[in-house]
Design a protein around this ligand. Structure first.
Ligand SMILES: *Cc1c(COP(=O)(O)O)cnc(C)c1O
Length: 417
């Protein structure tokens, strides 16, 4: 991978025609170290958040030795780029062939399940292995997540005791519980609350668990979504764990995806056309901007203008814009608002930040677009949970001035009526 000092340097050297994805391995390294220094247990990276080889390699190099995988291709990816690391197959619904390949070809021992049927599938497909680590995924009630992840998976807490008992009896290895409070969880106390529910299910089952896996959900910073300090989340987990009915050697696991990678990527797009407040870009909802379109997240942006050595970052007077992607689908629309200099025009470059999680990873080839090249850069991310650029979001000074202006204009209008 080629390295540039900053995205602006790339614009100066290349004036790229196609979108370029920026990789910031240093950001991944900082997040990985933070979790290992502060989480009092084992950190599994949830590969689906960003399966790029440079992410897996950087995590492994900075001490992350465990990975949460959901498919055989993810297992092969981890085996290739982080050889020797431990994997847990945390998808609660797996094909028999996938279970078999995971266990026999890759030595995966840990499997998640949320039904008796899946438990039987795991036992059948491993020829009745007795050394499995079986993790029962619980459907907990959690508040504060921007994305719910309990609708599809997780055994109902009333039915959990019989499944916990069955899993306990099915292995001479370890047995545990997991849950997911939902992604981009804005409330630290959601973890403690979920752990209390898990504890009640364990007590009702009358079993001992060896593992409590608190899942993912740890947030990143986006405009309008600035979460509490990450340390507050770990405090909540510490308190929750202390209150659980578990034995002294019970292991604590977590599976962060977003929090380890969100800051680490951004994408450089080109303005192909401007129609009023609508900018037509060469990347969109079928590329790296799925969440900007489908959950309307207003990602942070920067503007670069000019060719060759003349290119500069433009800060100017900001106003809100919306984006359209390059495909012919009218769903390829990102409402924003994205605050950019009011004179933005065709040929300008917009860098869209905080796309390291569920952004770069979602790229499709629909309509002939989506083959962004990746280069490494060394600048700070647009925002950070780890002190790199903490809370430069949501608003820059010029944006604040604009908001003040807009609010004034609006209240004037109201007075006229
Ligand atoms: C998606 C997922 C994660 C990661 O979630 P984040 O919100 O990105 O931290 C962790 N565990 C499981 C089982 C998942 O499906």
């Amino acid at each position: 991978m080629q390295t540039y000092h900053t995205p602006l340097d790339l614009v100066r050297e290349r004036s790229p025609e196609r979108p370029v994805a920026f990789a910031r391995p240093d950001s991944v390294a900082v997040a990985a170290r933070w979790f290992q220094d502060n989480f009092k247990g084992d950190v599994f990276y949830a590969v689906k958040a960003n399966p790029s080889p440079w992410v897996i390699e950087t995590l492994a190099k900075h001490g992350v030795a465990s990975f949460d995988v959901a498919s055989v291709p993810e297992i092969e990816l981890v085996a290739k780029y982080a050889p020797g690391s431990r994997m847990a197959f945390m998808h609660p619904v797996k094909s028999r062939a996938a279970i078999r390949a995971a266990y026999f070809d890759h030595g995966v021992k840990a499997f998640a399940l949320d039904t008796h049927e899946e438990l039987q599938k795991i036992l059948d497909s491993t020829d009745g292995a007795r050394d499995l680590t079986l993790i029962v995924r619980l459907g907990v009630q959690a508040e504060g997540a921007s994305y719910s992840l309990s609708g599809k998976f997780g055994v109902d807490l009333h039915e959990a005791p019989s499944l916990l008992l069955a899993a306990r009896r099915a292995t001479e290895g370890k047995m545990g519980v997991s849950f997911h409070v939902g992604s981009q969880c804005m409330r630290p106390t959601a973890y403690q609350a979920a752990m209390a529910q898990a504890s009640r299910a364990i007590v009702r089952a009358g079993v001992m668990v060896d593992i409590v896996d608190v899942g993912g959900g740890f947030p990143s910073v986006y405009p309008g979504m600035v979460p509490p300090d990450m340390a507050d989340y770990l405090d909540s987990i510490d308190r929750g764990f202390a209150d659980m009915m578990v034995h002294e050697d019970t292991e604590l696991w977590c599976e962060p995806g977003r929090a380890l990678v969100a800051e680490a990527s951004s994408i450089l797009t080109k303005v192909e056309l401007r129609k009023g407040d609508a900018l037509y870009l060469n990347d969109g909802s079928y590329g790296s901007l799925f969440d900007a379109a489908h959950v309307k997240w207003p990602f942070p942006v920067k503007l670069y203008r000019g060719e060759g050595g003349e290119a500069v970052e433009v800060e100017g007077n900001l106003r809100p814009f919306r984006f359209y992607g390059p495909t012919c689908d009218s769903l390829d629309h990102m409402p924003g608002p994205f605050w950019l200099p009011e004179d933005i025009r065709e040929g300008d470059y917009v860098e869209i930040g905080m796309l390291g999680a569920y952004g770069i990873a979602m790229n499709t080839r629909f309509n002939g677009f989506g083959d962004a090249e990746t280069v490494a850069v060394e600048d700070a991310p647009m925002a950070s949970m780890y002190g790199l650029a903490r809370r430069s979001i949501p608003l820059r000074k010029s944006e604040v001035q604009n908001v003040v202006k807009l609010t004034r204009a609006r209240s004037k209008k109201r007075r006229k009526k």
